[in-house]
Design a protein. Sequence first.
Length: 406
Amino acid sequence: MGLNITREQAYAAGRAAGAAAEARVVENSFRWARIQYAGAEGLNLRDELLTFDRRRMAADLDLRKFPECRGLREMVETERQGFLDACPDPLQLAMYHSWYWYVSRVLNTRQVARTPPPAQCTDFWFAETREGGPIHGSNRDDLPANYPSLPIPTRGPAEERFTQITCVGGVSAAVLCDEEPEDWFPVRMEWITPPGIRSLKEFLNFMERYHDFWGPGNRIYVDPDLNFAAVEKANRRMGVRYSTNGACAITACAYLTPEMHAFKKERDAISIKARGWTNDCPDFLYWQGCERRYRRLLQLVEEEGRRGATLRGAARIALDHAVPFPDRICVAGEKGHRHEQLQNWTMTSFVRCISGPNRRMWHWQMDPQKPVPVYRTKPLMLQGDGLTSRPEWERELAQEALKIAE
């Protein structure tokens, strides 16, 4: 049993991350935290983050419980040295390695946010389709102010075959007043997951054993036999929804597996009570909206699967705006409550057939400096890598884009 990374690779990864570090990331992150968390206003977030980062590195890692982590501490320290050699700023190092964990494991557990973070992203998956290969659809939602620009894709999907368990989509999801972990050391799951695991259930059992070290968020996993499942993860708890109908979907900031749904309802009530609010507060209405959007997504995906999924049908799901906010899948800066301070936009949207003779991708993208609903932007079609575009593909996209933009 060994790690999936060498010292040289760990150092190179850290050095690349350090070279890409930007001061504005720290500034924007601290500004966001002070807006979101009432208790963060009086905190020295610089000192808090540095202290938290040191705490994670000083934490014990029980190798009897986590034997796959033997030798991991050396790799983590090597990666961090690579970062510091490119960017000798301990605050940037802590931001890169520990900010996400500080938000999810400290701010979300000990501080109660004024309003929830904007729901981010949607992913859905069809294993059997009329296109002759699996279809993946995705929206990437965020705050336009966080992006000076967005890269435009230049290549269509290559023929994709899964030789190991693969995460094909992931979205944000978290619980206010969540539980704190028992184990704090920074474990990188991709460095320690045994590559020989091919069974989806075996893999998810492994991820359950390491539940303190990853998430929160919702993900779709696919195994080499094209079995797949949606995983809903809080800080420590997780629920799994295995596909029974050839399709799978996740969206942000809600859980629908029974155990995770019940846990989130319980924690939502605690967080609202802690602020002295009632059920007309921004949080309650926001969580309701996220749940309704999730249920609508599952319904649309199930209906498309029954018809026989196509790229055209998948695009209609990703860019759905046929119903009022917050139920619609594609968002464009709408406000769910007058007191919400941050509004989300679907910034990019794509649907792609990833294997077979009809491999291609349709891609919509807005300019973050000039936000408009992404479904009103001109779409891009990229034929599969190595394939030649066909006139009927171009016509199909042009016709569908006009209908979606209405």
